[in-house]
Design a protein around this ligand. Sequence first.
Ligand SMILES: Cc1cc2nc3c(=O)[nH]c(=O)nc-3n(C[C@H](O)[C@H](O)[C@H](O)COP(=O)(O)OP(=O)(O)OC[C@H]3O[C@@H](n4cnc5c(N)ncnc54)[C@H](O)[C@@H]3O)c2cc1C
Length: 551
Amino acid sequence: MMIHDILVVGAGLAGMRAAIAVPPDINVALLSKVHPVRSHSVAAQGGINAAIGAEDSWEAHAYDTAKGGLYLGDQDAIEAMCKEAPQDILELERMGVIFSRTPEGRIAQRPFGGAGYPRTCYAADRTGHALLHAMYEQLMKRRCKVYEEWYVTALLVEDGRCCGVVAWDMIHGGLQALRAKAVILATGGSGRIFSTSTNAVINTGDGMALAYRAGVALEDMEFVQFHPTTLKDTGILITEGARGEGGYLLNTLGERFMKRYAPEQMELATRSTVSLAIGQEIQEGRGVDGCVLLDLRHLGRAKILERLPQIRELAMEFAGLDPIETPIPIRPGAHYQMGGVRTNAWGETDLPGLFAAGECACVSVHGANRLGGNSLLETIVFGRRTGTKAAESIRGVQLPPLSEAILKSEEQRINLLLGNPGPERAWQIRDDLGKTMSLNLGIFRTKQSIQEALSAVQALNRRAEHMCVQDKGRIFNTDLIHALELQCLLEIAETIVVGALGREESRGAHYRADFPTRNDKAWLRHSLSYRRPEGPHLTYAPVTITRFPPA
Ligand SMILES: Cc1cc2nc3c(=O)[nH]c(=O)nc-3n(C[C@H](O)[C@H](O)[C@H](O)COP(=O)(O)OP(=O)(O)OC[C@H]3O[C@@H](n4cnc5c(N)ncnc54)[C@H](O)[C@@H]3O)c2cc1C
């Protein structure tokens, strides 16, 4: 058995930032199912927001965030994030992040959707890569213990307090209890619930499922962001930075159709607006082979090579075209989970000893629609805050003796999977889940489509009871890990579906064609999902409004 003061689950930006924030006299360890720098944060392209421009202000950033999220974000948390952002960016720079520069040598900033000012700091179109590697260096410098390629299957909860985790050692095989006075979940998103997704295959909502199973509420799960511009077929992301640098969206008639949907902001309207516009163009027959076109040609070779080199590479490799000469076919794809484990602005959940930060958490700063560049910022600001708070919280805490019950029941769960005769396979169920979710809970939703998804997910749950793991070995058994991940995907998908069915209005990323308008009177409230044997149980909670009344 391993014992630490604080255990961070997840080694993306939120997890590493949290670990670094813990004072050096406290024993902190990180655990991750992949090597830290393979976490999805590494794929972030466009940038990270902070009001560091001379004419910008944190208040303007907070206003854009609240408004962009259709006033569903908690404004105390939004204020904290926007106020602390400039300091955090400077600190990142001191840690060694090489941001792109203006000719005067200042940190360059590009315009992003829904922002009233060019506020997005970037490292070309590989911002996540630059941030994650700098953070990993800091982690190494701090000599933090990292459990690499360990998979957490459950939280240890004793006497109403989270006291560690149960994890499967993927390299050697076998379950272990890892004990800690505080656990920070930083497990990222759940985009793989959908078949068209920008997310890495590891983004399976594990941390959300762990907290949910331990009785913690998941908040605002119906709000899944669909990024407007993902590559046809593969769903690979084409950063909003491409439009930030001046890219156009065209339909089959060669029209810049955004003039009909957002004449002022055009291509830089919020993501939910642009995704809906693209969906409508395609639905009304003005698409190009199930897509619309992203045209960068007028930016010229030099700008594309300097600012968007990775986008060019991705388009060449995965769509077989060079954006210097040809427009890129794109369509919306699942990108980001605005909802997640309910926390306050310090990452505390309702379960003592359990914290959450980053995409798996719902603080909530993004409300009904996240602005581009605000998610990387969230990982840094709330990662830091959560690490600090967790460190304060453990002073004087004594761990109770380990009760073996959870370890035993997890062992049983794994043996059941390994012994199951089938005939179902995890990948088949995952494929079918992705298809039904993309079809029925995509950018347009109706009561009927959501109900179809609900029955489909329930049927998939029944199929999952007959899931066979063909690899019976213990060493690097990816078949087993996929089966465990599928159980998380199904559980989280159900909370999205039930949340979407409950919310009879349209707000941000949640567009109900049968309730097409926003209804503040009835629905300016968070939805909370609790786990019950029969499925998710919904309750609602008020939104914190401070200085920006809903308009
Ligand atoms: C392609 C792409 C581009 C993006 N671009 C931008 C951008 O330009 N700007 C922006 O603001 N946002 C962007 N986003 C969103 C942003 O990158 C993510 O929301 C953010 O990086 C998430 O960071 P995280 O630390 O919460 O999680 P992640 O970086 O996803 O890390 C999750 C960690 O949890 C671990 N983990 C998960 N489950 C388990 C388990 N069961 N056991 C053990 N370990 C586990 C994983 O191994 C991993 O280390 C982008 C997202 C994508 C997909």
